[in-house]
Write a protein that binds this ligand. Structure first.
Ligand SMILES: Nc1nc(C(F)(F)F)ncc1COP(=O)(O)OP(=O)(O)O
Ligand SMILES: [Mg+2]
Length: 209
C-alpha cells in the first residue's frame, strides 16, 4: 500500500446512505476517491449472508475501478471474500494477529494517542486512522475531539508512516488536515449524504490528492 492511496478514503455502510450504497459508491469513484472502506455498523445494519452479498457487490465495484476495498471490523468476512484489507480499532485483536489472518492484505488501525500509534507501527500496521479530528455525529462512541495536533506529532515522529485523519472532515476543513501532515482524509457523511457524491468526492480530490 502506498500513502497516496489514503488521499480520499471514502467510508460507508447502508446506514450512512439515503440512496442505494452501490450507486453512491459508483458516483464517489467517478469523483475520484482513492480507497473505500465498507463499514456496516449500527442499528439496522445488514448482517450475515445479506452483509456478505453486499460486500461482494461493493468489492466488485471497487475491483473494476482498481480501488482498494477494505472491510471494517469484520476480519472473518474480509478473509472469506479476500478483501484488499481490514480496518481494526483498539478493541479488536492486535494488528500482528490480524496481519496473519489477512495474509498480505492491508491492515489499518485506529489510534488516539502516541502510545497507540507506536504500538500499531510496531505491530506492523500499514496505515493508521486517527480522530475524531472534528466533532462528528456519525460515530457515537468516539474518543474526545482531537483536532490536528496528534497528526502533527505522529508525522514528526514517523515522517513516512501513512496517516489518515477521520471525524467530521468536510471540504471546508480538509486542507487543514493535510497541512497538519496527514496523507489523506477519511470521509463518511460529506460524501455519502452529498446531493452529488461525485462532485463532493471531486472537491476532496482537489484538496487532498
Ligand atoms: N473505521 C475507521 N476507519 C479509519 C480510517 F483509517 F480508515 F480512516 N479510522 C478510524 C476508524 C474507526 O474505527 P474503529 O475505532 O474501529 O471504530 P468503528 O469500528 O466504529 O469504525
Ligand atoms: Mg472498528
Amino acid at each position: 500500500m502506498n500513502s497516496e492511496q489514503l488521499a480520499v478514503y471514502f467510508i460507508a455502510g447502508t446506514t450512512n446512505c439515503l440512496k442505494p450504497i452501490e450507486q453512491i459508491l459508483q458516483e464517489a469513484i467517478k469523483g475520484g476517491i482513492t480507497m473505500f472502506q465498507f463499514r456496516e455498523k449500527g442499528a439496522n445494519a445488514k448482517t450475515g449472508e445479506e452483509k456478505k452479498a453486499l460486500a461482494l457487490k461493493l468489492q466488485s465495484i471497487c475491483r473494476s475501478a482498481d480501488i482498494p476495498f477494505i472491510v471494517n471490523d469484520d476480519i472473518d468476512l474480509a478473509v472469506e471474500i479476500e478483501a484488499d484489507g481490514v480496518h481494526i480499532g483498539q478493541e479488536d485483536e492486535a494488528a500482528s494477529v490480524v496481519r496473519e489472518k489477512i495474509k498480505g492484505g492491508i491492515v489499518g488501525v485506529s489510534v488516539h494517542t502516541m502510545e497507540e500509534f507506536e504500538k500499531a507501527v510496531a505491530d506492523g500496521a500499514d496505515y493508521v486512522g486517527t480522530g475524531p479530528v472534528y466533532p462528528t455525529a456519525t460515530k457515537l462512541d468516539t474518543r474526545p475531539v482531537a483536532g490536528t495536533v496528534l497528526i502533527q506529532q505522529m508525522k514528526n515522529q514517523q515522517p513516512s508512516f501513512p496517516i489518515v485523519g477521520i471525524g467530521g472532515i468536510t471540504v471546508q476543513n480538509a486542507a487543514e488536515v493535510m497541512k497538519a501532515g496527514a496523507d489523506g482524509v477519511s470521509v463518511i457523511t460529506a460524501i455519502s449524504m452529498a446531493k452529488s457524491p461525485e462532485a463532493a468526492a471531486a472537491r476532496f480530490v482537489e484538496t487532498c490528492k
